[in-house]
Write a protein that binds this ligand. Structure first.
Ligand code: HEM
Length: 378
């Protein structure tokens, strides 16, 4: 329930030990005024610094202001601890150039080449009202009320400058981002996050997670690119498939999380192993083989997704799935090749459907007083 430092070389909420809860929001910028947008980013930064430290969004607070005015905090987090809240901002391709090609805020020349709209993948069933966005904020916390409070107040502060395009709640983490954390499970019942990039792997993070000097425009150095995919999971169909089939689809054991070629969760996967029947032990169409770095020219991503259940679909099924979030140094060598490989051959595709997609450039961390979200960009 402690506080996570808001400032630093990198934004919090990326290698921070994955918290249990998520509230994610994507905004459209509705103002045409560049200064108004830059001003909002400054105001947001101050509110984010306060809320991540466990304080009210505004300097006066939810109940200390004059009775005649709306309070500068909405109040539902009064008395709650910081709960590990992190707020991570990202900028979408449309902020730099909209769908008609218009350079809305004079930022087009600053768009990194890596921030190009993602290609369409086989099987994509994307809903545009649930996809993309000019600015995103990922709120993670160990208390859902704290995460929702943060997003609600940022949306309130942004009124007239931004409007909420879509948002997503996540109730359980589906990854671990540090070696000390136990691996959680996704809604297929499998351990998820075993072979993830971890905060301790400094050299791998440099090569695969953080944007390095010279990769693109300076304002992104020390940042990372975030891909989100809302993935509906047909859990009712999955639940009628046999345990053996489920394990063949994933390529790992459901109980231990061990690869089909090993005994324990963290045993190295052996993609070359062949069984007595001459078949590959990790099937050619299994998820872990197709997602593995050896299958994708060494691609590594940091997964930081969450389980969701958005009620039911009116057809007797839970509207359930995984809100996939991945961070990487460059989506063109990270998410894109991995998803291309999965979308074409993964046996899991029979049970999943990608309904939302977005890409954001997450700048480096705020460096302390005077610095704010978007410096270097505006
Ligand atoms: C591994 C589930 C979507 C990339 C895994 C594992 C599970 C899993 C159970 C094995 C445990 C682990 O190493 O974490 C799922 C489910 C998904 C999904 C249920 C959708 C609902 C994706 C997507 C990507 C992805 C969209 C990226 C495009 C990976 C990677 C690994 C992995 C890179 C590690 C492979 C390795 O190196 O062994 N996933 N996954 N997954 N998944 Fe997914």
């Amino acid at each position: 329930s402690g506080a996570v430092e808001f400032t630093g070389a990198h934004q919090a909420g990326i290698v921070t030990p994955a918290q249990d809860r998520l509230h994610f929001v994507a905004f459209d910028v509705i103002t045409k005024d560049r200064d108004q947008l830059a001003g909002l980013l400054e105001e947001w930064t101050a509110a984010a610094a306060r809320m991540t430290a466990g304080h009210d969004a505004g300097a006066i607070g939810a109940v200390a202001g004059v009775p005649e005015a709306p309070p500068d905090d909405t109040g539902e987090a009064i008395g709650l601890p910081p709960s590990g809240l992190t707020l991570t901002i990202g900028f979408g391709p449309s902020l730099f150039r909209d769908a008609t090609g218009k350079d809305r805020f004079g930022l087009a020349a600053r768009r990194p080449a890596a921030l190009a709209p993602l290609p369409l993948f086989t099987g994509d069933a994307l809903e545009s009202s649930l996809s993309d966005g000019d600015i995103c904020i990922q709120a993670c916390a160990n208390d859902p009320q704290v995460a929702v409070h943060a997003i609600r107040n940022l949306a309130r502060i942004g009124m007239g400058v931004v409007s909420v395009r879509w948002s997503q709640l996540g109730f359980g983490r589906t990854s671990s981002t540090t070696e000390g954390q136990a691996t959680p499970r996704n809604l297929f019942g499998f351990k998820d996050g075993t072979a993830n990039l971890k905060a301790e792997e400094t050299a791998l993070l440099r090569d695969h997670l953080w944007v390095q000097p010279g990769d693109g425009p300076d304002w992104m150095t020390g940042g990372s690119y975030m891909v989100t995919r809302k993935i509906r999971m047909s859990i009712e169909t999955w639940d009628r498939s046999s345990l053996a089939e489920q394990e063949q689809i994933i390529g790992r054991r459901k109980g231990t999380g061990a690869p089909l070629t090993g005994q324990k969760e963290f045993d190295e996967i052996d993609l070359t192993a062949v069984g007595p029947d001459g078949e590959q032990v990790i099937p050619s169409t299994s998820h872990v083989r197709l997602a593995h770095p050896d299958t994708n020219a060494g691609a590594r991503i940091l997964r930081r997704g969450y389980n969701f259940v958005d009620g039911s679909d009116g057809l007797g099924r839970l509207n359930a799935g995984l809100f996939f979030i991945a961070y990487q140094r460059d989506p063109r060598t990270g998410f894109i090749p991995v998803q291309r490989s999965l979308s074409q051959r993964d046996d899991m595709n029979e049970y999943v459907r990608h309904v939302s997609s977005a890409l954001f450039a997450c700048p480096p961390g705020v460096r302390g007083n005077g610095d704010h979200w978007g410096t270097g960009l505006f």
